[in-house]
Design a binder for this molecule. Structure first.
Ligand SMILES: [Zn+2]
Length: 209
C-alpha cells in the first residue's frame, strides 16, 4: 500500500493488497490496516466526467468521480493504468478515476468543482500510481488531446504524460504525485501490460482532525 506523506485520508493499493472491489476479504484487511470502515462507495466507471456523491456504500451509478462529506463513507476507484486522483478538503474528500478519456473530458476539474459546490473546496490533491510517460504509448488521436504533455516512451515512441496533464488541471491546489508507473513496475496491475481484470484501488476518507 502507498500512503502519501503528510496527507492523511488517502491510500493507493498495489498488487499485493489484492482487489478490494471484488474481494471482500482483501477490502476488510486493507480497511483494518487503515482504521477505516470496510464498506466503501464505488462507481461504475465509464471513462466520462460525471461526479457523484453516493449516499451509501457499494457500487453506485455510472460516474468516474465520487465525493464524500460523510466520515463513515470512504470513496474508492479501481484502476490498472488509469490514474487515481484523491482530493482532500476540510470535511470532505473526493476520488477520481482518470484515464485519458476521462482526463480529456475534464473529470478532474469536475470533481474539484463538485466538492467546492458542497462548501468544501479541496486544498490538496494526490495523483496516485498510473501509467507513466515512460510507457503510455499513444497515437496522434490521443496525443493531440494533450497539448503540452506530449513526450516519448522509454523506447522512443510518442507518449503522453497523463499524470502531468492531470497535475496541470489542479491549478491552485497543493499537488502530490506518486511517481510509480503501473505498466513497467511489477508491483502493480497493468491492463495494458497483460489485459488483467484485476485492479488496484485508490481510496479516500475524511481523516480525524
Ligand atoms: Zn513506465
Amino acid at each position: 500500500m502507498i500512503r502519501p506523506d503528510g496527507v492523511p485520508g488517502v491510500a493507493f493499493g498495489t498488487r499485493s493488497d489484492g482487489d478490494p472491489r471484488s474481494d471482500d476479504h482483501a477490502r476488510t484487511l486493507v480497511s483494518l490496516s487503515l482504521g477505516i470502515p470496510a464498506a466503501w462507495a464505488w462507481v461504475r466507471q465509464v471513462h466520462g466526467s460525471a461526479v457523484t456523491e453516493p449516499g451509501a456504500p457499494g457500487v453506485g451509478v455510472e460516474a468516474d468521480a465520487l465525493i464524500s462529506t460523510d466520515p463513515a463513507l470512504p470513496v474508492a476507484v479501481s484502476v490498472a493504468d488509469c490514474v487515481p486522483v484523491a482530493l482532500v478538503a476540510d470535511g470532505a474528500v473526493g476520488m477520481v478515476h482518470a484515464g485519458w478519456r476521462g482526463a480529456a473530458a475534464g473529470v478532474v476539474p469536475a470533481a474539484v468543482t463538485a466538492l467546492t459546490e458542497t462548501g468544501h473546496p479541496p486544498h490538496t490533491a494526490v495523483i496516485g500510481p498510473g501509467i507513466g510517460p515512460c510507457c503510455f504509448e499513444v497515437g496522434d488521436e490521443v496525443a493531440k488531446r494533450f497539448p503540452g504533455h506530449q513526450t516519448s516512451t522509454s523506447w522512443g515512441t510518442a507518449s503522453v504524460d497523463l499524470p502531468g496533464a492531470v497535475a496541470a488541471s489542479l491549478d491552485g491546489l497543493e499537488v502530490h504525485l506518486v511517481p510509480e508507473c503501473t505498466y513497467h513496475d511489477d508491483r502493480f496491475h497493468s491492463y495494458r501490460d497483460d489485459g488483467t481484470s484485476l485492479r488496484q484501488f485508490g481510496v479516500a476518507w475524511i481523516a480525524a482532525a
